[in-house]
Design a protein around this ligand. Structure first.
Ligand code: 9WN
Length: 473
C-alpha cells in the first residue's frame, strides 16, 4: 500500500507540518466551529472548501443546533427547502451568491435549463441522501411540542422530497431510488464507482474544460484524482444535455445506480415521517406504501449472500456491483435485515476488513481495508467519517448490538479528541501502519455537530480528561 508520506496530516505528534492548528476536540471548540461556519441562514460545511449550503450536511448540523438554538435548526432546514424544485427535487447545493471559491459554480450547473428549478435561488441540479425526515423526527424528540409548528410547515416539503424520488428516480417502480451522479451518494469517491465510471469512453471526458478550486485549499492526496473529477464533470454535462429531465438522464446516462446508503436513509425517513404524520394528524398512507416497498426491495435486490452485506445495483449494466463499502451496513439504520442477516452484517463489520475487532485501528473505515482499492487517506476510499459512525451507532443500537455501538461511538469521539474536527480521519492508530490523523478540511461542521450529539448519547461520556465536556451542547 502506498503511504502518503508527503501528505500534510494533522497528527500533532507527526513530524510533518500539521494541516491545521485546530488542536484537540472539545465541546467548546465544536460550538465555536458551528458558530464560525454559520452565515446568517445556513451553516457552511467548511469555511474554505465548502462555502455554500449542502443538503445532507444541513440535516446533521441541524441536530446540533437543536441542543442550543432550535430556531437555527429550523432555519437551517428551511433555507435548504427554499431551493426545492417544483418536482420535489431537493438540490445537493444551495449556492450563496457572495461565495465564488467553489467549483462547479451556478454558471456551470446552469439549472435554469429546467423549468422546474427555482428562479430566485441558485442551486445544483442533483440531490443527496434523503435523511431530512429522520432529522425532523429527531428534532421533535429533542424539542417536543415546540417542534409541532415548524414541523407542520416542513412536512409537505419532506413528503414532496420523497415523492420526487419515487416518481422521478424509480424507473421500474421497484421502491428503489437511483442516483445519477456519485455526488448524490454522499460517498462521492467510493471505489464502488470505479467500475461504472470506468465504462465511460475517455474521449468523451476530454471535451469538457473546467478548473478545480478544491486543491487550492486541501491536499490533493486526500481529494479525488483528476480522472475522478473528469468523470464528475462529464456527468453534470449529461444532466445539462438533457436539460435536467431525469427520465432522459436515466435512459441515457452511463451512471444509474441503486445505492444501499441512499435507499436506507430514504426507507428510515419514510418510517420516521409516518411517526411525524401521526403527531401532526396527517395522512400517512402514501408513506406507508413507500416504506413497505423500499424495505422489501433493499432486502431482496441489494442483499449479497456471497459478501454478507448489502451492495449496489448498477441499472445500466444490469448487475450488482461486487464491492464491500460502508454503505452496505446502512440498512441496519432502517431496520431492513432480519435477525439472521443483521448477525451476518455484524460478523462482516467485525472482520479485519472493517476493523471491528482490531485494536490497532479506529472504526469504521469507509471501505474494506483488505481490498486493493482501500486508501486510508483519500476521501471516501477508506478514511473514517463521523457522520457514518453516527448512523452506524444508531443502526447497531437498533439491533441491540450495544457493545459494538458503544465501540463505534468511542472511536468517533476519540478521533476528534485526539486530532480535532476534521472532515475525515485515517483508520490507523500507529504511524508504523501508515499515515495517522485527520484529513480533508479542518473545522468541519458535521464533525462538530455529531461529536456534540454523540457526546450526549449514553447519558454522556463516563471517563474524560476534558472538564469542558458538556453534552448539552
Ligand atoms: C460535492 C459537503 C460535501 C458532502 C459530501 C462530500 C463532499 C462535495 C465535494 O462535501 O462533496 O458534493 O466537493 O467534494 O463527499 O458528502 O456533503 O460537506
Amino acid at each position: 500500500m502506498e503511504l502518503h508520506d508527503n501528505a500534510p496530516w494533522s497528527d500533532p505528534t507527526s513530524e510533518e507540518a500539521p494541516l491545521t492548528s485546530s488542536g484537540a476536540g472539545t465541546p467548546q471548540r465544536a460550538r465555536q466551529i458551528l458558530a464560525q461556519n454559520w452565515c446568517g441562514t445556513y451553516t457552511k460545511p467548511a469555511r474554505d472548501l465548502y462555502p455554500h449550503q449542502w443538503n445532507w450536511d444541513s440535516g446533521f448540523i441541524a441536530l446540533a443546533h437543536a441542543h442550543s438554538d432550535p430556531d437555527r435548526a429550523w432555519g437551517e432546514l428551511n433555507s435548504l427547502f427554499r431551493a426545492q424544485w417544483t418536482t420535489g427535487l431537493l438540490p445537493h447545493i444551495v449556492f450563496n451568491p457572495s461565495e465564488t471559491e467553489y467549483f462547479p459554480d451556478p454558471e456551470f450547473w446552469d439549472v435554469q435549463r429546467s423549468a422546474h428549478a427555482p428562479r430566485d435561488i441558485l442551486s445544483s441540479g442533483i440531490t443527496q441522501p434523503p435523511l431530512h425526515g429522520v432529522i425532523a423526527l429527531e428534532l421533535y424528540k429533542r424539542l417536543g411540542e415546540r417542534a409541532v409548528g415548524p414541523l407542520k410547515d416542513l412536512f409537505p416539503k419532506l413528503v414532496a422530497q420523497h415523492r420526487h424520488l419515487y416518481h422521478h428516480r424509480d424507473p421500474e417502480r421497484e421502491g428503489l431510488a437511483c442516483i445519477i451522479h456519485p455526488w448524490e451518494s454522499g460517498t462521492d469517491n467510493s471505489p464502488a464507482w470505479d467500475e461504472p465510471l470506468g465504462r465511460i469512453d475517455p474521449a468523451l471526458l476530454e471535451s469538457v474544460a473546467y478548473q478545480r478550486k478544491d486543491l487550492d485549499v486541501v491536499a490533493g492526496e486526500h481529494r479525488p484524482t483528476k480522472s475522478d473529477y473528469d468523470h464528475y464533470v462529464y456527468l453534470v454535462e449529461v444532466c445539462k444535455g438533457a436539460n435536467y429531465d431525469e427520465a432522459t438522464v436515466m435512459a441515457e446516462s452511463p451512471f444509474v445506480i441503486q445505492d444501499p446508503l441512499f435507499n436506507s436513509l430514504l426507507c428510515r425517513a419514510n418510517e420516521d415521517l409516518i411517526e411525524v404524520a401521526e403527531i401532526l394528524h396527517q395522512d400517512a398512507s402514501e408513506l406507508r406504501e413507500w416504506h413497505a416497498q423500499t424495505k422489501h426491495a433493499i432486502d431482496t435486490k441489494l442483499w449479497s449472500e456471497e459478501r454478507g452485506l448489502y451492495t449496489y445495483y448498477d441499472l445500466r449494466a444490469g448487475k450488482a456491483l461486487g464491492v464491500d463499502s460502508i454503505s452496505g451496513f446502512l440498512p441496519l439504520v432502517a431496520g431492513v435485515p432480519d435477525a439472521t442477516r443483521a448477525a451476518r452484517l455484524l460478523t462482516r463489520l467485525e472482520s479485519p476488513g472493517f476493523a471491528g475487532r482490531r485494536t490497532d485501528c479506529f472504526t469504521v473505515p469507509s471501505y474494506d481495508m483488505e481490498s486493493p482499492a482501500f486508501d486510508p487517506g483519500r476521501y471516501w476510499r477508506g478514511p473514517v467519517w463521523i457522520n457514518i459512525d453516527w448512523l452506524l451507532y444508531h443502526g447497531l443500537r437498533r439491533y441491540g448490538f450495544d457493545e459494538r455501538a458503544r465501540a463505534v461511538r468511542e472511536d468517533a469521539l476519540a478521533l476528534v479528541d485526539r486530532f480535532g474536527f476534521h472532515e475525515y480521519y485515517s483508520p490507523y492508530r500507529d504511524p508504523a501502519q501508515g499515515p495517522i490523523g485527520g484529513a480533508g478540511s479542518p473545522d468541519f461542521s458535521w464533525t462538530a455537530a455529531l461529536y456534540l450529539d454523540l457526546l450526549a448519547q449514553e447519558g454522556g461520556r463516563s471517563e474524560t480528561a476534558d472538564t469542558d465536556r458538556d453534552p448539552s451542547g
